[in-house]
Design a protein around this ligand. Structure first.
Ligand SMILES: [Fe+2]
Length: 299
C-alpha cells in the first residue's frame, strides 16, 4: 500500500501513514516521502516499531549520518550507539538523571530554540527523532517554520539579511543558560563556525532564515548589535503562526529539515518521568556559506 500524506498544518507539518519503516522502503514511497519533506519540513510517522539499526537505515536514505557530540564528552559513557544523539533524561544504566548531573545541565540547552548541529562547520540537514518512552504530560517539541518567517519579513529587511553571516558555537547556547563549565579539550573539539543567516533550500527553491541559540555574533557587526539582531529574528521566527507543537505518542518517528526550521524541547518533570528519545542526524552536504557561495573575511 502506498504511503499516504495527511497535512497537520497547511504547509509545515504532515503525518505519513501506510508505511512501515522497519522494512525496506519501496522507491515510490521514498520519493513521496522526500517530496513531502521538501514541502512540509516536518514529517510524523506514527506507531513505528524500530530497532536501532532500522532507525539508522531509514535515516541513511537522506544522506550520511553524523556521530553524536557525546563522544567528545568524557564525563559519561554512551547509553546508545554513537550514531545516535541520546535525547533522554537517563543515565547510562537507564535511571532518571540526578538534579545536579552535568548531563542535565548540558541538555537544558535543548529547551532553547535551535537547529541541530549548526555549531558544526558542516551542520545537520535532517534529524530523525524516535520516541521510545514519553512522559504522560509535557515534553512536547515545538517547531518553527523559518521559511514562512523569512517570507513574512519586509523586503528591505530581506535584502539586508541576505549577505550576513553569523558565528555559531555550542558554547554560546550553553552560556545563555549560565553553563560554562567545559574542558579545554571540549572547546578545542568544537570551535565556532560561520553560517549564513539566510539560505535557499535546493529541493523547494524556498528561502529561509537560518537561526539558532548557537548563533552569537554577526561578522562585520559590533557584537552587541549582532546579538540583538539575532535575538530579534528568533523572536520574529517563533511567533505562534510559524510554530507547530508536536505532542509525542509512543513510537512516533519525527523527521525535520534543520536547514529551514528551529525546534525546542518543552518542559516536563524530568526528575520523575522517563523520556527516552533517540535522534539520528543526517549531515548537510557542506557548510551553509559554501552552499550559498558566501566568502567570509577572517575576523
Ligand atoms: Fe535539537
Amino acid at each position: 500500500m502506498a504511503a499516504i500524506i495527511y497535512p497537520v498544518t497547511p504547509s509545515f507539518a504532515a503525518e505519513i501513514g501506510d508505511v512501515d519503516l522497519s522494512a525496506p522502503i519501496e522507491p515510490a514511497d521514498l520519493a513521496a516521502i522526500k517530496e513531502a519533506f521538501a514541502t512540509y519540513a516536518v514529517l510524523i510517522f506514527p506507531d513505528q516499531q524500530l530497532s536501532q539499526d532500522q532507525h539508522l537505515d531509514f535515516a541513511r536514505h537522506f544522506g550520511p549520518l553524523e556521530t553524536t557530540i557525546g563522544v567528545y564528552r568524557r564525563d559519561a559513557p554512551l547509553r546508545v550507539r554513537k550514531e545516535f544523539a541520546d535525547v533522554s533524561n537517563l543515565t547510562h544504566d537507564n535511571e532518571v538523571w540526578g538534579k545536579d548531573s552535568r548531563l542535565r545541565l548540558f541538555q537544558l540547552g535543548n529547551r532553547l530554540w535551535h537547529t541541530d548541529s549548526s555549531f558544526k562547520r558542516r551542520p545537520a540537514l535532517a534529524s530523525l527523532l524516535y520516541a521510545r518512552s514519553i512522559p504522560p504530560v509535557g515534553g512536547h517539541t515545538e517547531f518553527a517554520d523559518e521559511r514562512a518567517a523569512y517570507d513574512a519579513l519586509p523586503e528591505a529587511t530581506k535584502r539586508r539579511l541576505d549577505s550576513l553571516v553569523a558565528e555559531h558555537s555550542i558554547f554560546t547556547s550553553r552560556a545563555r543558560l549560565g553553563f560554562t563549565n567545559f574542558t579545554d579539550e571540549e572547546r578545542r573539539q568544537m570551535p565556532p563556525v560561520p553560517q549564513v543567516l539566510v539560505r535557499t533550500i535546493p529541493e523547494s527553491g524556498r528561502k529561509s532564515l537560518y537561526l539558532a541559540s548557537h548563533a552569537g555574533r554577526i561578522f562585520g557587526m559590533p557584537d552587541a548589535e549582532g546579538r540583538a539582531l539575532i535575538d530579534e529574528l528568533v523572536a520574529h521566527a517563533t511567533q505562534r503562526q510559524f510554530v507547530y507543537t508536536h505532542r509525542w505518542r509512543l513510537r512516533d518517528l519525527v523527521i525535520w529539515d534543520n536547514r529551514c526550521t528551529m525546534h525546542r524541547g518543552m518542559e516536563f518533570d524530568d526528575l520523575r518521568w522517563k523520556r527516552d528519545m533517540q535522534r539520528a542526524t543526517v549531515s548537510d552536504i557542506a557548510n551553509s556559506c559554501e552552499q550559498e557561495g558566501v566568502v567570509i573575511e577572517a575576523a
